[in-house]
Design a protein around this ligand. Structure first.
Ligand code: PHB
Length: 398
């Protein structure tokens, strides 16, 4: 027998619930009690990506502070989990935030492998997830969902334009080097796609396990093979050590180094002259000349005493996107259809330039060619304007 469907308006339900609650029979929903919105940060606060996690956290809080400590008019409360960039712990960490801490939205994470596990949990229990860094392509491809959003990039996005940049610089035979995990593999795949289509060749792909930084043996292989150039993806502490080791091995002057901008973003003070003149592609550049970037960098400096970077921008934009969604529903995060529709229509003047969101809920954005000069990742040109991920396998985007 078919169950009878009872439909009541939200207001009826709230009224009904309030009456019951006054009678002491039923608790009021959080929003009706004026309860704070619970944001769960699942980020790396230790390990090679620790600074990235902290900057995302700070960037998000900055956006909220600029709204008087509120999102959609509701005070915000934070719960933090250090995910340690450890995929094996990701499912438990995510379940704890959603199940035990009962957060309204999870904001995380940096590492693609951890993000894939988070997206799986989010899909299984219909929890609201905003990814502020991890580029795992499938999060907004095969796993795309109404309640899964990303304010950063797919791994494909910053790397695909690099194939043409390297080819146009005259390189024909290149080597790649990265960590063997989703982000490294997808980055190499993306540069390979554009570089080989133009007629270039990847002569060898070198890998080491994440988050190892024993580069010496691999650098020796590069020196022996003498490719025209090298494409590398590392980030955080690993990127600092790689760029320094590359220079120390004497390769900097003989074999030009390229990569997605993570290789030099937020890391230049620690890399010093060893990073000078490295060209990278990314959806951000330090001194981008737009009012949103100037205001963001000033605000971030004032809040943290530090210079903002791409990770801080992605955290800031996660806060901005949630503010757009939540203000459309006056903070009622349960009114999902209306909230997600407002997020889908969002056009944000991000510090990185204008952004919008694809049907797969990934960012549509400019990818810039940058060059490290005097401690800044300086804008060189637009490598690809308003680049959208192909979102293969996402039905909503088909
Ligand atoms: C990733 O694992 O997706 C990742 C990590 C650090 C980055 C970029 C991507 O800087």
């Amino acid at each position: 027998m078919k169950a009878r469907i009872f439909r009541a308006s939200r207001r009826d339900l709230l009224k009904g619930t309030a009456a019951l609650s006054l009678a002491g029979a039923f608790p009021l929903p959080a929003i009706a009690q004026g309860a704070p919105l619970k944001v769960g940060f699942m980020l790396p606060y230790t390990g090679t990506f620790a600074k990235l996690g902290k900057f995302i956290d700070d960037g998000f809080r900055l956006a909220v502070e600029q709204k008087g400590g509120k999102l959609g008019g509701r005070a915000v409360e934070y719960v933090q989990v250090d995910d340690e960039s450890e995929p094996a712990k990701a499912t438990d960490n995510m379940n704890r935030l959603v199940g035990r801490d009962k957060v309204d939205v999870v904001v995380g994470t940096v590492h693609s492998g951890v993000a894939m596990a988070m997206a799986k949990v989010a899909k299984d229990n219909n929890s609201f997830l905003v990814v502020p860094n991890a580029g795992a392509n499938d999060v907004t491809r095969t796993m795309c969902a109404p309640h899964i959003w990303r304010t950063s990039f797919t791994n494909w996005q910053p790397c695909f334009p690099m194939g043409k940049v390297m080819y146009d610089a005259g390189h024909r035979n290149i080597m790649t080097i990265t960590w063997r995990y989703a982000a490294g593999l997808e980055d190499v795949e993306a540069v390979k796609e554009s570089f080989t289509k133009l007629g270039g060749k990847i002569v060898e792909e070198l890998y080491l396990p994440f988050p190892q930084v024993e580069f010496q043996a691999l650098l020796t292989q590069i020196a022996q093979k003498k490719p025209d150039a090298v494409f590398a993806f590392f980030a955080g502490g690993g990127a600092v050590k790689f760029v320094k080791d590359y220079a120390a091995a004497g390769l900097k002057t003989s074999i030009p180094l390229y990569g997605p901008g993570f290789l030099t973003d937020g890391t230049l003070p620690a890399q010093g002259p060893d990073a000078e003149s490295i060209k990278t592609t990314l959806h951000y550049a330090d001194a981008l000349d737009n009012p949103a970037n100037k205001a963001f960098l000033a605000g971030f400096k004032q809040k943290t005493g530090q210079d903002g970077d791409v990770y801080a921008v992605q955290g800031f934009d996660a806060g901005q996107l949630l503010e757009i969604g939540l203000s459309a529903v006056q903070g009622d995060i349960a009114a999902r259809d209306k909230m997600f529709a407002a997020m889908q229509a969002a056009k944000i003047n991000s510090p990185r330039g204008p952004i919008s969101f694809s049907k797969a809920h990934n960012v549509v954005q400019n990818i810039y060619l940058r060059e490290a000069k005097g401690g800044l990742n300086r804008y060189v040109s637009v490598a690809h304007e308003a680049l959208a991920d192909p979102a293969l396998g996402c039905r909503a985007a088909a």
